[in-house]
Design a protein around this ligand. Structure first.
Ligand SMILES: [Zn+2]
Ligand SMILES: [Zn+2]
Length: 231
């Protein structure tokens, strides 16, 4: 089994703690016993290459990822088979981010780091904004990149597809949804939402602070991992 946490913010997300460095994230995952993590900052993959290099050292698989905010203010967890695919999608997402400058004193710093946790730059554009990509156009972009499109924290009352749309769109082929850690009993939650039964579930931390990274709980088997990026 592969123990995972596929939704973790680094210090590049303005809301991510400055302790969320590539080494701290991957090191914490190692200590916790996770086999695979994804660094999924808001609308960027700027710290993913560094985290992947650290992952090689620690023998923790780092899957390239990004949490994208659509124009409907819905958060979508996106994962990619390669860093190149992730960077392709991120470049398109960046173009669709409004040109608003970050105010670090209000929103937090947006630190770009290398594999030794050195700060090699700051992202100037505020990453914590809705892009002008609709849910459908983001879906197309992620598919073109060969990635996985999973509506994030569908149980939450903000930035979730069920809250903002009120339903799961059936014009796009959504295979996975993410349920947040706020839901303690996934089985009972799924019973209460029969319309979600057809989806596969990911359970992630959405950690913005190191101690919030998932414990060794949620797991997938090897077939599930292969299935993530299938078609
Ligand atoms: Zn979110
Ligand atoms: Zn998040």
């Amino acid at each position: 089994m592969i123990y995972y946490d596929f939704h973790i913010h680094s210090a590049l997300s303005p809301c991510g703690d400055n302790d969320m460095t590539p080494n701290n994230i991957v090191g914490m995952a190692k200590v916790t016993g996770l086999d695979a993590v994804a660094v999924t900052d808001h609308n960027t993959v700027g710290n993913v290459r560094a985290a992947m290099k650290v992952g090689e050292e620690y023998d923790v698989t780092v899957i390239p990822g990004m949490e994208v905010e659509t124009e409907e203010e819905v958060h979508i967890l996106t994962l990619y088979p390669t860093i190149e695919a992730a960077e392709y999608a991120a470049a398109e997402v960046y173009k669709k981010l409004p040109d608003i400058k970050n105010k670090p004193e209000i929103f937090g710093e947006q630190r770009i780091m290398d594999e030794e946790d050195n700060i090699i730059g700051y992202e100037d554009k505020l990453l914590l904004s809705a892009t002008s990509l609709s849910i459908e156009s983001l879906f197309d972009l992620v598919k073109t990149a060969g990635g996985l499109f999973a509506p994030a924290h569908v149980d939450r009352h903000s930035y979730s597809i069920l809250t903002n749309l009120g339903f799961m769109p059936d014009n796009i082929d959504i295979r996975y949804i993410e349920i947040s850690k706020l839901v303690e009993d996934t089985g009972a939650y799924m019973e209460s939402r029969p319309e979600l039964k057809k989806y596969k579930i990911l359970r992630d931390s959405d950690a913005h602070y190191l101690p919030d990274i998932s414990p060794k709980e949620a797991c997938l088997d090897f077939d599930d991992i292969r299935d993530l990026f299938k078609g």
